[in-house]
Structures are given as structure tokens and as C-alpha cells.
Design a protein around this ligand. Structure first.
Ligand SMILES: Cc1ncc(COP(=O)(O)O)c(C=O)c1O
Length: 389
């Protein structure tokens, strides 16, 4: 016998997605709308930038904080697009935003500290907080508020142990884009209670209609840690490249922690990412337009279903569909959708208990496939269907 695993992993929670995934794997012709990875090819100039870098010998470690060219591209990008004034001491290259979030928590959290997370939430945050023996405190956002966090609910969740508030806008899974008023309220609370803000802005270009991306770093730069990612911005998830940007003390601690984690981010991915950031406008537009059209289509079509409804499309790559009118819960519904129509989605409760009654639909398939999916949704019928208003 060897000793037990860490307590955190001794009784793992049920993995809803893994179970549905097993069923999907046994089926042919599944329309997979569960994937949070843009299906579009990484723009060729970015791939070329990586290849050129490798041929030029960038196949080794870079400085632990990152390749200075990549770091400069991040600083220039934030300055030109968001007007911020960060220096080299404020930035650390990371292996995607997941790694940046992890380093931020590692730099900030002591055991029993609390982190406020808005629910429904990107599911990895929970364990990222718990692994430091800290506590995620969930504040539910309601569809009736277009999933904007409410100031009173956030204020009620703040205790003497609260260390940080995690803010993910544009949001996965709800598609909400937090407006200026919401973000200002969060920044004001953070100032009043002396909290850090962790700004997961990995979907920043994906804002549609009259919605605008508001960078949190502009509202409270002294306490905001941006967990940046190029994964979704340039459809380059497999490059695993991102960054952490924020107050120098925190970034410096994150850098120390990272020396024993990944040491640095992949050198060729830094070159590719830096190239992307230097050419952001022309590279991002086609991706944004494509997802805008897809989500507009899905929103319009699925809102016509008598048993389903969704908030007006605002941002990200996802639609969060209220399917409670079907009379089924979200896990039952997802199973039924898979069996009847061959469509795979994620049950909302995978994003926290308040996601019950919803499913997340990723627009990460081309329009022709989405049209088939819409036909599949329309073909469903339910025994105890409620009509939505
Ligand atoms: C909200 C959110 N944050 C972070 C990530 C992870 O990004 P990265 O690929 O940069 O680690 C994702 C990926 O789906 C996400 O949806």
C-alpha cells in the first residue's frame, strides 16, 4: 500500500462531461457543439512566424519571464488598444491563461483565503483555488440580469478572508459581456475592501452588436491581474501561449513560483504570439466576424423554440440556452439531445449548480453544421413541455 492522494483528489466530483463524452464516442456523425476551441485554422502568418522562429534557432528556453520581444509586444498591445502603461516588470509569459490564473492564485493565496467567483463559471477555477487550500465563494449571476454580476450580491459575499474577485468577461459559459457599470461596481468594491481583481479576458475580441469590451486594468490597475491568452484571440489553442500582467510585486512572486513550474513558455509560441499581437487588427477581424454571424444565427433560431430561450447574444463563442421549458433537467436534456439528434452540448451544471436548466452551445462548427444542429433542435419534442413567454 502506498499513502493516499492529496485530500482534494480522494473523492473526485462526478465528471458530467466525461460521462456524456463516453456515449458520444460510441456514436458516429455526432455534431459536437461542446468544444471551446475555435475550429478555424490558426492564421497562416502566425504559423509562419513560429516556423521562422524555429528555423532561426528559437527552440531553447527563453528568459524565465519570457522572450523580451514577446513581452514588448504584449506591453505595446495593451498600450495601443487599452491605453495602459505597463513596463517589463509587470509581465510574465505563461503557458496559456490557465497557467497565468494558476500563478496568480499561487502568488496571492494563503490557506483559507477566499476568492469570489461568479457562477456559472469556467469550471477549472474551482480546483485552481482549492489546490492552494483556499476557498472559492460563488456568487450566482441570473439570466434575468443578462448574467451581469450584481453589486449587492458581491458585497454580501465579501468577508475578512476575501483576497480576490475573479472576473471573466466576455464570459464562458454565459456569453455575457460585463458592462462599464458592472465592472465599475466590482472595481469600487475591490478598492473599498482592498481586494485583488483577476481579469480573465481570454475572449476580449469576441464582443458583438452594441457591446463593448471594457478592460478591467483601466478601472483598477493597482490591483488587477490580467490573465491573457492568445488561444482564442488567434485560434491558436495548441500553441499554449498567454501571459500574466499586473502589479510588479505579484508578477515577481508569480515569476518565482513559475521557475519551478514551467520555467518559461515555449519559445516558438512566444514568437508566434508576439507576431499576432503586432498584427492584431487584421488577424482578429475575420475570426470575430465569423463567430458573430454564427452566434447571431444560433440565437435567432433557438430563441424561436417554444421550450427554450437565451439572453441576447453579447460575446464569447458560446450560447447559454435555458432549456427548462423542455421539462427535463440539463443532464437529461443533453443525453436526450445526443440520442435523438446526435448533438453534443455541455449541461449547464458542469459550470456550477446555478447552471442547472441550461446547456452551453459552442459555435465552434461551421455554419453548414450549425444549420444541421438547428434542425436537430427543432426536431425534438417533449412529454411535459412548458411554453416560454
Ligand atoms: C474563460 C476561460 N479562461 C481560460 C481559458 C484557458 O485558456 P488558455 O488556452 O489560454 O489556457 C479558457 C479556455 O476555454 C476559458 O474559457
Amino acid at each position: 500500500m502506498v499513502k493516499a492522494l492529496a485530500k482534494l483528489f480522494q473523492a473526485p466530483e462526478k465528471n458530467i462531461m466525461a460521462e456524456i463524452g463516453k456515449t458520444a464516442a460510441l456514436m458516429t456523425d455526432v455534431i459536437d457543439l461542446s468544444i471551446g476551441d475555435p475550429d478555424l485554422a490558426t492564421p497562416a502568418p502566425i504559423v509562419n512566424a513560429a516556423a521562422t522562429a524555429m528555423l532561426a534557432g528559437k527552440t531553447h528556453y527563453t528568459a524565465s519571464a519570457g522572450d523580451p520581444e514577446y513581452l514588448q509586444a504584449i506591453l505595446d498591445f495593451h498600450h495601443q488598444n487599452f491605453g495602459s502603461h505597463y513596463q517589463m516588470e509587470n509581465v510574465q509569459a505563461t503557458v496559456g491563461a490557465s497557467h497565468a490564473t494558476d500563478l496568480a492564485f499561487g502568488a496571492l493565496l494563503d490557506p483559507d483565503d477566499e476568492v469570489i467567483i461568479f457562477e456559472p463559471y469556467f469550471s477549472p477555477y474551482k480546483v485552481q483555488v482549492e489546490q492552494y487550500h483556499a476557498k472559492p465563494v460563488f456568487v450566482t449571476c441570473q439570466a434575468a440580469d443578462n448574467f451581469q454580476p450584481q453589486k449587492a450580491a458581491i458585497a454580501a459575499a465579501i468577508t475578512a478572508k476575501t483576497k480576490a474577485i475573479l472576473v471573466n468577461s466576455p464570459n464562458n459559459p454565459t456569453g455575457a459581456v460585463y458592462d462599464q457599470e458592472t465592472l465599475q461596481a466590482i472595481a469600487d468594491l475591490a478598492k473599498q475592501h482592498d481586494l485583488y481583481l483577476i481579469a480573465d479576458e481570454v475572449y476580449w475580441p469576441y464582443v458583438y452588436n452594441d457591446h463593448e469590451f471594457v478592460p478591467l486594468e483601466n478601472l483598477a490597475p493597482e490591483r488587477t491581474l490580467v490573465t491573457g491568452s492568445l488561444s482564442k484571440v488567434f485560434a491558436m489553442t495548441g500553441f499554449r501561449i498567454g501571459y500574466l500582467l499586473g502589479p510588479k510585486e505579484v508578477v515577481s512572486a508569480a515569476g518565482l513560483l513559475n521557475e519551478g513550474v514551467t520555467y518559461t513558455a515555449p519559445s516558438m509560441a512566444q514568437s508566434a504570439g508576439g507576431f499576432g499581437l503586432q498584427n492584431v487588427t487584421e488577424l482578429v477581424e475575420p475570426l470575430k466576424n465569423e463567430f458573430s454571424q454564427r452566434l447571431a444565427y444560433l440565437g435567432e433560431e433557438l430563441n424561436q423554440l417554444s421550450w427554450a430561450k437565451t439572453i441576447p447574444v453579447a460575446g464569447s463563442l458560446y450560447l447559454f440556452l435555458d432549456i427548462s421549458g423542455s421539462g427535463m433537467d440539463d443532464v437529461e436534456f443533453s443525453d436526450y439531445l445526443l440520442e435523438q439528434a446526435g448533438i453534443l452540448v455541455i449541461p449547464g451544471q458542469a459550470f456550477g449548480t446555478s447552471g442547472k436548466g441550461f446547456v452551453r452551445i459552442a459555435a465552434t462548427q461551421e455554419m453548414a453544421v450549425l444549420k444541421q444542429a438547428v434542425a436537430g433542435f427543432k426536431s425534438l419534442s417533449f412529454a411535459s413541455q412548458k411554453i416560454t413567454e
